[in-house]
Design a binder for this molecule. Structure first.
Ligand SMILES: NC(=O)c1ccc[n+]([C@@H]2O[C@H](COP(=O)([O-])OP(=O)(O)OC[C@H]3O[C@@H](n4cnc5c(N)ncnc54)[C@H](OP(=O)(O)O)[C@@H]3O)[C@@H](O)[C@H]2O)c1
Length: 246
């Protein structure tokens, strides 16, 4: 399904990004594990992929740094020669009520989640245009659709991802490139682990499937959009949320 596809996954050393990297490796893609912080975690993931017979390299880059993204693309091309799939997964939260949210916390979230995705999309689609093929999958969130008290910066960034996805889909379709977004609901990772138990219990009561999702369930949807089975799908936002937002 993904055999031989050179796939760049941002923020892949833990959480949903890690699950996507393992899913892609299992389906014989060749992976670029982008990480910002822990080299040890990235190396551990590369070793795991190699031990399962897969192929992967780790490249350090902060998605908010344009030069580091240019370098990530350069190193990927030097190593693999092409890029077939980009998964814009790197993301952060800095939650607060509007009254208490600083300009810096607003900018930080927009810079990582939205501008970081823009930089990767810009420089990697440039490679895909020359190849006349490529698949880009952006991680949005149901919060980008519904909004959420205490998450104005995050909601704005994830709504922005939807606009970015639809615009890029229109701009790049004629070059053989599809661009789609996944909007996860509540997925069990470090990002959600830090939320208060009471909030988690209340959230679960509003999910028709009555449980949180797993990172593997997001990876399944990303894998589908990256595969040839999704060749005629572009500009779409697919919710993977247990029915949380219907
Ligand atoms: N979990 C959910 O319920 C949920 C729901 C909807 C959408 N999402 C979205 O899914 C994506 C993954 O979320 P997650 O739950 O797996 O989060 P997570 O466990 O907090 O992991 C976030 C990943 O992003 C990386 N990252 C953060 N800032 C970065 C930067 N500037 N440059 C490069 N990498 C950076 C982190 O690297 P470090 O290890 O270096 O910090 C980490 O690998 C995010 O875009 C998130 O918004 C998650």
């Amino acid at each position: 399904m993904l055999t031989g596809k050179i796939s760049v996954i941002t923020g892949a050393n833990r959480g949903i990004g890690r699950a996507i990297a393992l899913y892609f490796a299992k389906h014989n893609a060749k992976i670029v594990v982008n990480y910002r912080g822990s080299k040890e975690k990235a190396d551990e993931l590369i070793e795991l992929i190699h031990s399962q017979g897969g192929e992967a390299i780790a490249i350090k880059a902060d998605v908010t740094n344009e030069d580091e993204i240019k370098n990530l693309v350069k190193e990927t091309i030097e190593h693999f020669g092409r890029i077939d799939v980009l998964v814009n997964n790197a993301g952060i939260t800095k939650d607060n009520l509007l009254m208490r949210m600083s300009g810096k916390d607003f900018d930080d979230v927009i810079n990582v989640n939205l501008k970081g995705s823009f930089y990767c999309l810009k420089y990697i689609s440039n490679i895909m245009i020359k190849q006349k093929a490529g698949k880009i999958i952006n991680l949005s969130s149901v919060i980008g659709i519904t909004g959420n008290a205490g998450q104005a910066n995050y909601a704005a960034s994830k709504a922005g991802i939807i606009g970015l996805t639809k615009s890029a889909a229109k701009e790049l379709a004629s070059r053989g490139i599809t661009v789609n977004a996944i909007a996860p609901g509540f997925i069990m990772t470090d990002m959600t682990d830090k939320l208060p138990e009471k909030l988690k219990e209340e959230t679960i009561s509003h999910i028709p499937l009555k449980r949180f999702g797993t990172a593997d369930e997001i990876a399944n949807a990303v894998g589908f959009l990256a595969s040839d089975m999704a060749n005629y799908i572009t500009g779409q936002v697919i919710q993977v949320d247990g029915g949380m937002v219907i």
